[in-house]
Design a protein around this ligand. Structure first.
Ligand SMILES: Nc1ncnc2c1ncn2[C@@H]1O[C@H](COP(=O)(O)OP(=O)(O)OP(=O)(O)O)[C@@H](O)[C@H]1O
Ligand SMILES: [Zn+2]
Length: 748
């Protein structure tokens, strides 16, 4: 794979190399290690290296992969040290300038070491076996010696076709492969190697939708923004079912007409799966799909295609942002408010925010779409920093779902049950009309807690300060934080009592049991992210739901947003209060968004929809805003509260998390950091240091966690301050890890 190893592939020497013959160029190479620095190497005399090239370098006693980050001007020397020489260059696309600028930017913003950030974009070139050639069979015109009925059918099925694959022909003719092979042996069919045809390109004129007036106005303004070819951001805020997808499709079509690429980001794989077919209906072919489940060969193709420009549209989760696009013309961030865009380990970056940064670097337009925008994007739009397009009504005169609440304090379900009588009644009516009902509960597994009735023992994770969640289907108690799993014992491990263990509270598996008992024989499906089988299986299940194969859906947040199930007319939220009392400063915003999204699944087809919230606090501002349809009021109050508290986007926040196996040593280091923070120069005088405090999830994976919060005004150099604090604190003891989280989203 390496150029340097391949005598036929010696690249031509660049002009300045020839002029400097004898004085090899010096390059700085960044390696994908959790370190901030680059290393200088000599370029091999026969290799003209450029910034972005992916190379192999001698590194200690081994070889490592790295990326040329800078090429020194000819004649430069480095400190008199004896430099090692780059071993070779990989024959894969190099990282384009825009992408390297983005990676440097992310490193500066998140404080993650540059080498660690590089890992987001660098794929280790893999040695894949050569691709099997695609072989087809074609008729030779010669009749076989013996013409059986099966052989006749096979030859007839080929009539009018140039060539077909052996398997395709066998299926088309309804014969076995042996029949086809016999015809090849007899000389009636010949095999042909098909040329490698490039993937068909999406066609912007394939099947444009007839847009509503509102959509058409929004689409025109986005098209103009894309055609303009400059950086800019637009927030597309449209109620659930308003047809935001059709609007951003027109922006994608414009990027394609301009000969530029488009990236469509979705918060999770379940959404990309459904998007593929909708895209194909509009543009004639599916877009490239990029996420962790894609095969290595496909990844390599997409990587190369993004770099060459041959792949024009990619849809994917967070990591698609780091593909080496060569002529990006549009980035769409769908469901921009989703917390899943924030990466919570390794490099703590927010993919929506970094999409805006990449858009600025690539000079392309960025469209953020949501029915329930984040407070940050909402404020940016209100202040005119972002364009703001609004679709206040559903497409096709469809009404928004009718919302009502059930006060669980007054209408509690029977003991050990979770569906109240009015909700069950509503579901019966829905099923009688041949429509679908969705029961929404954002809790995976059977029960969130297992208790001993005899002694009160609770099953806790041995590595985390968290309860074990019973998963009956997998016959295990599982920790949702570290993955620890154990068998559910017959006797209580604390008191030895047999048959005394009871599940407490519901998860979707338990809810499914209740549904089966209440609605015997009604086809139901439980959908949660535990579903085995990856994105293909997910796509099939979601298609089956959309086709109406199931009458009842029991689901977690996986089914709450983005999906379009035309026959779904009732959404029952089993526990609307989950997420309100967690101590998360974003709890209200998150709950509001989630409930708005999930209730928005109802009534998207011809029949009107309704949604029922089971709650213990119908007077909570989140519930009253939802029930009265006053999202504006909710946003106004949330924005005012954020402003008063100096939180984003009005102020800035960063967390420093210290984690270590020994509680005392960990806390001591957190305190040392706090002392350094109080002593560090605070030029603007507006920095506030809070903590250290034990994190709400005090132990995760056996590591004790302490957290400092640092608050500042919007224009303060928060990163500079954090850097100074880290530099002023002596290195932590072995095994203590310090993580910086700028703009934290999670407070556990
Ligand atoms: N112009 C159009 N012509 C035909 N059908 C349309 C059009 N616009 C939207 N629709 C249909 O309306 C439904 C809702 O559209 P879409 O899924 O784009 O909504 P959305 O705004 O993305 O909603 P959500 O925020 O809930 O995901 C879909 O079934 C879509 O096919
Ligand atoms: Zn655990």
């Amino acid at each position: 794979m390496m150029n340097a190893d391949d005598p036929d592939q010696k690249p031509a020497l660049a002009a300045h190399d020839e002029a400097q013959a004898g004085a090899p160029a010096i390059v700085d190479v960044l390696a994908p290690l959790a370190l901030d620095m680059v290393w200088s190497y000599l370029a091999p005399p026969d290799l003209a290296l450029a910034a972005g090239d992916i190379v192999r370098i001698p590194f200690g006693s081994r070889e490592a992969i790295g990326v040329v980050w800078a090429v020194h001007p000819p004649g430069a020397t480095v400190g008199g040290r004896k430099l090692k020489t780059v071993s070779g260059r990989y024959d894969v696309p190099s990282l384009p300038d825009g992408l390297r600028t983005l990676l440097d930017w992310i490193a500066r913003y998140t404080l993650a070491p540059r080498g660690q950030v590089l890992r987001l974009a660098l794929r280790h070139p893999e040695k894949l076996p050569p691709e099997a050639p695609r072989v087809a069979v074609a008729a030779t015109g010669r009749l076989p010696a013996r013409l059986t009925p099966a052989r006749r059918r096979a030859l007839a099925a080929l009539d009018g076709h140039d060539a077909m694959s052996r398997k395709g022909l066998a299926v088309a003719a309804g014969v076995s492969l042996a029949v086809i092979n016999g015809l090849i042996d007899d000389g009636s069919l010949e095999t042909r190697v098909l040329p490698d045809t490039p993937a068909p390109a999406p066609d912007p004129e394939f099947a444009p939708a007839a847009l509503s007036d509102g959509q058409a106005g929004a689409a025109a303004s986005l098209r103009a923004a894309v055609a303009d070819g400059q950086f800019g951001v637009t927030l597309i805020e449209g109620v659930t079912g308003s047809g935001k997808t059709e609007v951003f499709f027109e922006a994608i079509a414009e990027a394609l007409r301009q000969g530029r690429q488009a990236l469509v980001m979705m918060p999770e794989i379940a959404l990309t799966a459904q998007f593929l077919d909708r895209f194909a209906a509009r543009f004639g072919v599916r877009p490239a799909e990029w996420h962790s489940g894609v095969s290595p060969r496909q990844r390599e193709r997409i990587h190369a295609g993004a770099a060459s420009g041959e792949i024009q549209v990619v849809t994917g989760a967070r990591s698609a942002l780091f593909l080496p696009f060569s002529k990006l013309g549009l980035i769409v961030v769908d469901e921009e408010h989703e917390a899943a865009y924030k990466q919570e380990d390794g490099v703590h970056y927010h993919a929506r925010d970094m999409a805006v940064v990449r858009g600025r670097i690539e000079r392309c337009h960025v469209a953020l779409a949501s029915a329930t925008p984040s407070i940050e994007s909402r404020v940016n739009a209100m202040r005119g920093r972002y364009g703001h397009l609004r679709l206040p009504e559903r497409f096709g005169q469809r009404a928004m779902p009718r919302l009502s609440a059930i006060d669980l304090r007054k209408q509690a379900p029977p003991k050990g049950r979770w569906l109240s009588a009015p909700l069950v009644e509503a579901a019966r009516e829905t099923l009688a009309r041949d429509e679908q009902a969705l029961f929404y509960l954002n809790r995976r597994g059977y029960a969130p807690l297992t208790l001993c009735r005899s002694c009160g023992h609770r099953f806790q994770c041995p590595n985390c300060s968290a309860s074990l969640v019973e998963h009956r289907f997998r016959r295990a108690l599982i920790c949702h934080h570290c993955g620890h799993a154990e068998r559910r014992p017959d006797a209580c491990p604390a008191c030895g009592e047999v048959d005394a263990l009871v599940p407490a509270g519901p998860g979707v598996e338990r809810l499914a049991e209740e549904v089966a008992a209440l609605f015997p024989g009604v086809p139901a499906i439980t959908l949660s992210s535990d579903l085995a089988g990856g994105s293909e299986r997910m796509r099939k299940e979601l298609d089956a739901v959309a086709a109406g194969d199931f009458r009842i859906i029991i689901g977690t947040q996986l089914v709450a947003k983005g999906h379009n199930f035309p026959r779904l007319t009732l959404v029952g939220v089993v526990d609307a209060d989950v997420g309100l009392a967690t101590g998360d400063p974003r709890g209200a915003e998150r709950t509001f968004q989630m409930l708005q999204q999930v209730t928005g699944r109802a009534g998207r087809g011809d029949a009107p929809g309704r949604a029922i919230l089971q709650t213990h606090q119908p007077e909570h501002p989140v519930m009253t805003a939802l029930l009265s349809g006053q999202s504006e009021r909710f946003y106004a109050e949330e924005i005012a509260a954020r402003e008063a508290a100096g939180l984003a986007p009005f102020g800035r926040l960063a967390a420093i998390i210290v984690a270590g196996p020994d509680r005392q040593a960990t806390e001591a280091h957190a305190q040392a950091l706090a002392r350094a923070a109080h002593a560090a120069p605070n030029a603007s005088g507006d920095l506030v240091v809070l903590g250290p405090a034990e994190a709400p999830l005090a132990i995760v994976r056996g590591m004790h966690r302490f957290r400092l919060l640092i608050k500042s005004a919007r224009n303060t150099d928060l990163q500079g301050f954090l850097r100074a604090v880290l530099a002023a604190t002596s290195a932590p003891a072995a095994r203590i890890r310090v993580t910086v989280d700028v703009d934290p989203q999670s407070f556990f």
